[in-house]
Design a protein around this ligand. Sequence first.
Ligand SMILES: [Fe+2]
Length: 204
Amino acid sequence: MKWPSKDKPYFDLKPTVIPDFFTESEYKGLYELIEKHNFNDDQLNAQMGYFARNVYIEEPYNQIMLDKINKIYPLNSDPDKHMFIYNRYTWKTGNPPVLKPHFDTMIDNGSITLTIILDTTLDWNIIAEDEEFEIKSNQAFLFSGTHHLHWRPKIEFGPDDYYDFFLVQFIDKNPVKLDDYYWGHMVKNRAEKSTEWWRQYESE
Ligand SMILES: [Fe+2]
């Protein structure tokens, strides 16, 4: 599709896998931080089979992430603008984990999205704009959650399987307000991909 020039920077951001995101001690420290925020009030997304936990990111993790992504895309320098969420996909939610074609809708502006894979018991690829990427533990996937349609292939989780990841929604230096043109196109694209998804996985 043809995007207006204001939306183009997001759409043109090439979805990329960043290997070896944290050092071993940073990875451990980040998990400790996540544990510290365990107040037993994780939000349940039953439909998609995951728990979500807002995490207040302390230094140095904030700066490590900002520095890495700033080299690729200029971000807002105010650390409070960005959103850090820890997620766990598991049957313990009462439902099988699934990530159908969608775009991220919790924000008013275009977003630069980072999915950092943490501990997992299985591999799960991610697809953005029809391109499939393999991502493993401590690898990060950079894309625009608001502008790139994204989903994962349907896989079987066992009762004890889990898939942890850390989701960051960065706001960039010159954030663009999402408008009706944007919404119209994204909703249409999502409908088309959802039909394909249904044909592939749920039509028997
Ligand atoms: Fe998403």
